[in-house]
Design a binder for this molecule. Structure first.
Ligand code: PLP
Length: 454
């Protein structure tokens, strides 16, 4: 009998070139990808298809909140998928209600809307701002320079980085950027059309820069005075990554007036689903019914499956005391990074960030390795670290981010620091060697093409 099942694709397993060829032929090339083909992982370790192990301190860019292949997530997926995966938002289901309740308890009085990504969660906040200002003809959202709010059309208009806008003009109307952590700049940018202010509690893609307590409290006062919504994009810095559920809670710890601080809307994604794609936004009680029936929706938002995973993640974080781990192991990592900056000033400059949202600033001109083509410092450094078995995430030209799972163990943090140390030593030694050779007439520090990789 003739089979109707197509033959399996002619791909040889464990063949890097074959996998890359599939991408070259069939995947839209909108990402700059590293030369790694990953196959599986466990905890904070991930393996490529040749079996090489990497310590994953990138965490899928702040997504893999419990690391790879956590059994509780696997179980939640299996258990829920045996009952109900999807029903549409035409109907009620307990899991979504329970997750909304849990998030409200973690943030403050309000309500939640569920969607599928960070960009989409922000879209909800823009619509909230427009609905809020609509009767008075106000629609503008002020955001900050170096911010990142996603790749949707409104997301790139909101984002304070030209590189995401280039080629997609004209921008969606109603977004303007001002310098971050500059209250006076925000105040003077307010126009009669302004409806809301949107900031990240810790700028992520822009280079791991936390808001100052004065900025947060000042923005709250400003928004109250001018009747504006204060919106926070917590897609990357939220979900306990800072050492509290929300980064503003951590930043304002012990600051007079800090405990009562609340924004009016918060977008979430990434760690919320731990790798299962989901997003959400929270709206403060006062504005929680602004988006009434028929005003906003998405087919997959808050499916029983997504919510079961998110609830399980919250349970594990609580049961395993992971917030404490973020604070303690985060402090270990931070001081380790500071130490490395002092030890290797030709490579590392300084540590930045909070908890498990950390960055290390690279020196302006880190030494080249022989054979390297000149690329952004952060990308070059990430490549060197890949060779040495460590995954990190570049943020702009000069910063590497560490966004590990919240259950990263102290010994794993130390292993990461050791690799960063060894990588810097390797770069510095190469520079000294190439420098000495060039003094003898053997080449220059930038003659990578002709030199042999060591
Ligand atoms: C702060 C912030 N907002 C929004 C987004 C967009 O999220 P997503 O890629 O899930 O659309 C990101 C993604 O990196 C982000 O870091």
């Amino acid at each position: 009998m003739k089979s109707i099942v197509p033959p399996p694709p002619a791909i040889v397993h464990n063949d890097v070139a074959a996998v890359q060829a599939l991408f070259q032929q069939f995947v839209v090339p909108s990402y700059g990808r590293f030369d790694l083909v990953l196959s599986h992982g466990t905890g904070s370790n991930v393996y490529d298809i040749c079996g090489k192990r990497y310590l994953d301190l990138g965490g899928g860019i702040a997504v893999n909140v419990l690391g790879h292949a956590h059994p509780a997530i696997t179980e939640a997926l299996i258990e829920q998928s045996r009952k109900l995966i999807h029903i549409s938002n035409l109907y009620y289901q307990e899991k979504q209600g329970r997750l909304a309740q849990a998030l409200v308890q973690l943030i403050g009085p309000g309500k939640c809307f569920f969607c599928n990504s960070g960009g989409e969660a922000n879209e909800g906040l823009y619509k909230l701002a427009r609905k809020f200002g609509h009767e008075e003809g106000r629609f503008e959202v002020l955001t900050t320079i170096n911010s990142f709010h996603g790749r949707t059309l409104a997301g790139i208009a909101a984002t304070g980085q030209d590189k995401v806008k280039k080629g997609f003009e004209p921008m969606v109307e109603g977004f303007r950027q001002v310098p971050y952590n500059d209250l006076a700049a925000m105040e003077s940018a307010i126009s009669p059309a302004t409806a809301a202010v949107l900031i990240e509690g810790i700028q992520g893609e822009g280079g791991v820069t936390p808001a100052t307590p004065e900025y947060l409290l000042g923005l709250r006062r400003l928004c109250d005075d001018k009747n504006l919504l204060l919106l926070m994009d917590s897609v990357q810095c939220g979900h306990f990554r800072s050492g509290r559920y929300q980064s503003f809670q951590r930043i304002l710890e012990g600051v007079p007036g800090g405990e009562s601080f609340l924004p009016d809307g918060i977008s979430m994604a990434k760690s919320l689903g731990g790798g299962f794609p989901m997003g959400a936004f929270w709206v403060r009680d006062k504005y929680a019914d602004l988006l009434g029936a028929g005003t906003h929706g998405t087919t997959y938002g808050g499916t029983p499956l997504a919510c079961a995973v998110a609830l399980k993640i919250l349970e594990v974080i609580e049961r395993e005391g992971l917030v404490r781990n973020v604070r303690e192991t985060g402090a270990l990592l931070w001081s380790g990074l500071e130490g490395l900056s002092r030890k290797h000033p030709a490579v590392y400059r300084s540590a930045r960030g909070l908890g498990f949202m950390l960055g290390i600033e690279l020196a302006q001109q880190i030494p080249n390795l022989p054979g390297e083509s000149t690329k952004m410092n952060s990308v070059r450094m990430a490549n060197v670290l890949h060779e040495m078995g460590l995954l990190t995430v570049p943020a702009g030209p000069n910063i590497l981010r560490l966004l590990p799972p919240l259950n990263l163990r102290p010994d794993e943090a130390r292993e990461g620091l050791d690799i960063l140390d060894a990588a810097a030593a390797r770069l510095t030694a190469t520079q000294l060697r190439v420098g000495a050779a060039s003094q003898r007439g053997g080449g220059t520090a930038h003659s990578g093409e002709s030199a042999q990789p060591n």
